[in-house]
Design a protein around this ligand. Structure first.
Ligand SMILES: [Fe+2]
Length: 412
């Protein structure tokens, strides 16, 4: 009997010794990827994060002004890198309202010291909002990439933008899931938990996208191409694959129908995609993209945002034939005919640096298209855009020193 008691005491001591407690703590789910926000559309938004383990997840959330926390359960799945993806979809959010949230895996609050928050999707009658756009981001730092600098530069804008657009070539060298954390998410913890992003595929992301890109992002539609409304604007995301467009016929047909359906009350039409059409950078002109120009003109597209060339270049408005319609005042366009096209491939990789060492000095004067380029800056930069009623303003901002490298507006 005494032996039995001694054995139980010994066992109890073993179970509750400090080393056992530490071991137990280490068995808790640990955050492996901070939360990021997806599919922020209508009254809904998806919060995703990753842990080393876990079998259930949920989010607690409340509007900033309230004290009542609501809880929403989510789904868990094992990822292709062995981590656990936690996914919670929130519905019935009050438009434009700021919410605070906490994430839970296995009922444990993760990263308790951080207060995360987001702005719910905009009300449909919202006339004023901001967003950022930038492409060509996730180049490894040891190869001269600057995803860390971009993230640091974007972080102060997390309260002033409603969402962001990532213009493709998000992960170098070839868009594999295994590179997403080290080349992107590890750096963007000051941005992605607060600002929902919408992405498009670039040529470097086109490595079995269904097994990589689409495991990382949760996008509307078929995830290759899709559209959504934000306040008074309609956004269209396209997949240009290697420059020749993914499923060209189907995508073109979808694009036509999508453009046709935009109500007249929508003030702004914005297309984002990875490859450029006409340009004066070091990249080719992509005919598949140029073949969309007549549609852009016919359906009054205002702005086309792309990446691909690792530089910044803004073009004067073009018509459906790619002819410049207005180059007299390239800072302030008033009801311009046609669309303004901008390359913002200056996110995390710059031509002439690191693994892209070919020297590049932009020289629009010697471009075969005279008067096409309105502005350029061969520097690391992102685009910060604001829509205020009938005015769209955009600034290209240096990720190195926050200097405004280019600024223009469209009024209509
Ligand atoms: Fe590219």
């Amino acid at each position: 009997m005494l032996r039995k008691i001694l054995f139980i005491l010994l066992l109890a001591d073993l179970l509750y010794s400090p080393s056992t407690i530490i071991a137990q703590k280490q068995d808790k789910p640990v955050i492996a990827r901070k939360p990021y926000l997806q599919s922020a559309i209508a009254d809904s938004l998806t919060i995703l994060w990753r842990t080393n383990e876990g079998s259930s997840c949920s989010v607690a959330y409340k509007s900033k002004s309230s004290t009542d926390w609501k809880y929403q359960k989510g789904q868990i799945r094992k990822t292709n890198t062995g981590l656990i993806e936690n996914e919670v979809v929130l519905h019935e959010l009050s438009p434009s309202t700021t919410y605070e949230y906490k994430i839970f895996t296995d009922n444990l609050s993760l990263a308790e010291s951080e207060t995360y928050y987001f702005k719910a999707p905009l009300a449909s009658n919202t006339k004023s909002f901001s967003f950022f756009a930038v492409g060509d981001i996730g180049e490894p730092i040891e190869e001269g990439g600057t995803p860390d600098k971009l993230a640091k530069a974007l972080a102060p804008y997390k309260d002033s933008v409603n969402f962001g657009l990532l213009l493709g070539d998000i992960i170098y060298p070839d868009g594999r899931s295994k590179d997403y954390d080290v080349n992107l998410f590890d750096h963007f913890g000051g941005v992605f938990p607060y600002v929902p992003v919408f992405t498009v595929l670039g040529n470097h992301d086109w490595h079995k996208p269904e097994n990589n890109y689409m495991k990382e992002w949760k996008l509307p539609g078929n995830e290759h191409y899709y559209s959504f409304d934000k306040g008074s604007a309609h956004f269209i995301a396209l997949d240009t694959k290697n420059g020749e467009m993914y499923d060209y016929k189907e995508q073109l047909e979808w694009l036509k129908q999508d453009l046709q359906k935009i109500p007249d009350t929508t003030q702004w039409r914005i297309v984002f995609l990875h490859h450029n059409g006409k340009s004066c950078t070091y990249k080719n002109d992509y005919e598949a993209v140029m073949s969309l120009y007549p549609l852009f003109e016919k359906y009054n597209v205002d702005l086309v945002l792309n990446g691909h060339a690792h530089t910044y270049e803004r073009l004067n408005p073009m018509d459906g034939k790619g002819n410049v319609t207005s180059s007299s005042n390239s800072i302030k366009y008033s009801s311009p005919k046609g669309f303004v096209s901008i390359t913002v491939g200056s996110g995390g990789k710059l031509r002439g640096v690191g693994t892209d060492p070919t020297p590049f000095s932009p020289d629009p004067e010697n471009c075969e298209y005279k008067g096409l380029v309105a502005a350029y800056a061969h520097k690391w930069a992102f685009l910060f855009l604001t829509i205020e009623g009938n005015q769209l303003k955009a600034e290209a901002i240096s990720t190195e020193n926050h200097k405004v490298l280019d600024s223009f507006s469209i009024e209509k």
